[in-house]
Design a protein around this ligand. Structure first.
Ligand SMILES: Cc1cc2nc3c(=O)[nH]c(=O)nc-3n(C[C@H](O)[C@H](O)[C@H](O)COP(=O)(O)O)c2cc1C
Length: 221
């Protein structure tokens, strides 16, 4: 297996423009800067059905088959969600429910979220972290919870805050680097992973506004 991972980003908003899509794109730029091949998967293009729990859709629905095909080769993933009523957007959760272990198990998963209010999508990100763990992904404790979206993005959905952009780039870089290590240097991956979570259970949120842009990500010494 080559050391160059594919990192796929999936924004969980259908809006146009979407701040979540902008945030995921920034994370993918970070992943590309760290040497990954990157791809944005735009859920507007897949015409997905609602998950009915029967499992039949996975076999014949063209949009879903295409979505799974896009995620299957990824070694790293970035999921983005807007905060919707204190949780993950329905469009992203539905897409996750339609997929499963083949798309997520063993992959490095970075999370970013955008909220209108000061809470920074942290409830949505907590929920996404649980989903990621349930799917046996390596959920990065480093994540970007963007608060005050109307201040951080302009009317066209472009980022206007360099600190937030820096934190998003950092998450993408981390996903790419850990995904490459996991495939090519698993012992180093584990050492690095243990360094990321020195205090499991602590508040590992990246809160770029409140922390003045510090990403919180522990780079190798
Ligand atoms: C149905 C719905 C529920 C929302 N709930 C919250 C919320 O609980 N907290 C919050 O801060 N913002 C909430 N928002 C605002 C969005 O999180 C915010 O506008 C976000 O930037 C949208 O992302 P997008 O531009 O990628 O669509 C909600 C928006 C919608 C449409």
């Amino acid at each position: 297996m080559t050391a160059r991972p594919l990192v796929v980003g999936v924004p969980g908003s259908l809006r146009d423009p979407s701040r979540t899509r902008t945030a995921v794109e920034a994370a993918l730029r970070g992943a590309a800067a760290a040497g990954a091949a990157t791809q944005l998967v735009d859920l507007r293009e897949y015409d997905l059905p609602l998950c009915d729990g029967a499992g039949e859709l996975a076999r014949y629905h063209a949009g879903l088959l295409e979505l799974r095909k896009q995620l299957a080769p990824a070694r790293g993933l970035v999921l983005g969600t807007p905060e919707y009523h204190g949780g993950v957007s329905g469009v992203l959760k539905n897409a996750l429910d339609l997929m499963g272990f083949p798309e997520f198990e063993g992959k490095v998963l970075g999370l970013v979220g955008v909220a209108e209010g000061p809470g920074g999508a942290r409830h949505a990100l907590d929920a996404l972290a649980h989903v990621g763990r349930a799917l046996h992904a390596w959920v990065l404790p480093q994540r970007v919870a963007v608060p005050d979206a109307a201040r951080v993005f302009d009317a066209e959905g472009r980022l206007t805050d360099a600190a937030v952009e820096g934190a998003l780039l950092d998450v993408g870089r981390a996903v790419a680097r850990l995904a490459a290590l996991r495939a090519g240097a698993p012992e180093e991956f584990l050492r690095e992973w243990e360094r990321l979570t020195p205090n499991p259970g602590a508040d590992n949120d990246v809160r770029p506004i409140e922390r003045g842009g510090a990403s919180g990500f522990a780079r190798p010494a």
